[in-house]
Design a protein around this ligand. Structure first.
Ligand SMILES: C[S@@+](CC[C@H](N)C(=O)[O-])C[C@H]1O[C@@H](n2cnc3c(N)ncnc32)[C@H](O)[C@@H]1O
Length: 440
């Protein structure tokens, strides 16, 4: 059965064998010659020696592979700041908080969001300075140093900013999950474009027996190569599949997917488990691209998707009438290299970004299991509109005739795209989960 899939490839994805960097090859050998694709993705992104995010250059910006909203749209940081100020006030009031408000940003890139948030707090919520402890978690020293440089000004204005040590996983040296968050009391964990980088397990569920994509070493013409083979799912993927089947009430995995393939994210559960352990009570705020996809995670929880208090009940674009239906799974794994999409996930390990859309239903699914409630889920367009972004776009447009006309024009166009539910504003989502119990 697996031989039929081997070599057949994945619709849209090119599984051609690719040269393995020595460190990745060593990692695969030490795991017995084969690792899951999820483990390969984790190594390719965050291995301390060769990881895409841990190397001595920034992947962000015009010279990198992508740009992010906090980096390009300061107004976004201010709208988010207003929400976070409220949540931090709530967390600090909890009896276990000792009057402290802890804000943990995981995967803070070059520190644009944290710096923007502290600027906003300086202007609009200065009382937070007495109680706020801002902690940034970042696997790579290059990006950590970029964050230190960007946050120096806030520190000089007496905002408390820390870079705590976090645990390490055997696969990558950096565990994005259970050990990722620093110990401490209640607070708010916030991420922008982190969860799409957490490892996905790729399963074929189109036949009677589910199979997982594994990456193994083979001898190529010029040294060791990585190649995909389809084998029995690993323990983590099997447990996740089982939990999903129980949750959705569909005993047959074949019913989960249109094309026979699914992406499973036990790492999202590990991440939330870390948040529950490290915060006890508090909030998790997730901003990322993706959707409340429906299958494989949410035949049941699609109906449980929360109403959006910030949008007067208006539905986010992907769940508006007519499109609100459980979607069968579709492939979202892809790479980015110099702002171009790529579909050859094995090639250029450590040099191309690997990412898969976040299934917000998976966040809700794991959250409920761990005592979180989903408070808010909406698209970025609605979030920004509720924060007054249309007025800001008009303000920017009114400046277009001035000195920095080109830059202002670009900023106004970007903000307009973020306000458009049919554009980037609909692709990105904002989700807030709350946990009230102090213990896991
Ligand atoms: C796409 S960048 C986003 C950066 C920043 N949040 C922003 O919006 O500009 C992804 C960030 O997540 C970090 N990251 C990726 N995988 C991670 C992991 N497993 N654990 C912790 N951070 C990770 C990267 O180093 C990087 O800082």
């Amino acid at each position: 059965m697996s031989e039929e899939i081997d070599g057949r490839g994945w619709p849209l994805l090119d599984w051609a064998p690719a040269p393995a960097p020595e460190v990745v090859a060593r990692g695969i050998r030490s795991a017995g010659g084969r690792v899951t694709f999820a483990c390969f993705m984790e190594m390719a992104l965050t291995h301390p020696a060769v990881g895409y995010y841990t190397q001595a250059r920034s992947p962000l910006g015009a010279a990198g592979d992508f740009i992010t909203v906090p980096q390009r749209v300061p107004f976004f940081n201010r709208v988010l700041g207003r929400l976070l100020a409220e949540l931090l006030g709530g967390a600090a009031a909890l009896p276990t908080a000792g009057g402290e408000a802890r804000l943990v940003e995981v995967g803070a890139g070059e520190g644009h969001m944290a710096a923007g948030l502290l600027d906003f707090f300086e202007d609009e919520a200065p009382a937070l300075k007495e109680i706020l402890r801002c902690q940034l978690v970042e696997p790579g020293s290059y990006l950590r140093e970029a964050q230190r440089a960007r946050l120096a000004q806030a520190q000089s204005r007496s905002w408390r900013v820390e870079w705590p040590q976090v645990g390490q996983s055997p696969a990558s040296g950096h565990d994005a999950r259970a050990e990722l968050l620093p110990p401490g009391g209640p607070g708010v964990v916030v991420t922008n474009e982190l969860l799409d980088a957490l490892p996905v397990h790729l399963l074929h569920v189109g036949d009677e027996v589910p199979l997982e994509a594994w990456v193994q070493l083979q001898e190529g013409e010029s040294g060791p190569e990585v190649a995909v083979v389809w084998r029995e799912p690993c323990a983590a993927a099997s447990a996740e599949l089982q939990a999903v089947l129980e949750q959705t009430g569909r005993p047959d995995p074949r019913s989960l997917s249109r094309d026979g393939f699914i992406e499973l994210r036990p790492a999202v559960g590990d991440f939330l488990e870390g948040a529950a352990r490290r915060l006890g009570a508090g909030f998790v705020v997730t901003i990322d691209y993706g959707a409340w996809r429906g299958h494989p995670y949410s035949a049941a929880s699609t109906e449980a998707r929360p109403a959006d208090a910030w949008t007067d009940g208006r539905e986010p674009a992907d769940t508006q009438a007519g499109t609100c239906r459980p979607q069968l799974h579709e492939l979202t794994l892809r790479g980015y290299f110099r702002h171009e999409r790529r579909f050859d996930p094995l090639s250029h390990a450590g040099r191309q970004d690997l990412t898969a859309d976040v299934d917000f239903a998976a966040l809700d699914f794991h959250g409920r299991r761990l005592g979180f409630q989903t408070l808010l889920f909406l698209d970025l367009a609605s979030f920004l509109a509720a924060g007054g972004a249309a007025t800001e776009a008009d303000r920017l447009r009114s400046l277009v005739g001035g000195e920095d006309a080109l830059e202002v024009d670009a900023s106004a166009s970007l903000l307009e795209a973020l306000l458009d539910p049919a554009d980037v504003g609909g692709l990105f989502k904002v989700m807030v989960q709350v946990r009230e119990e102090a213990d896991l």
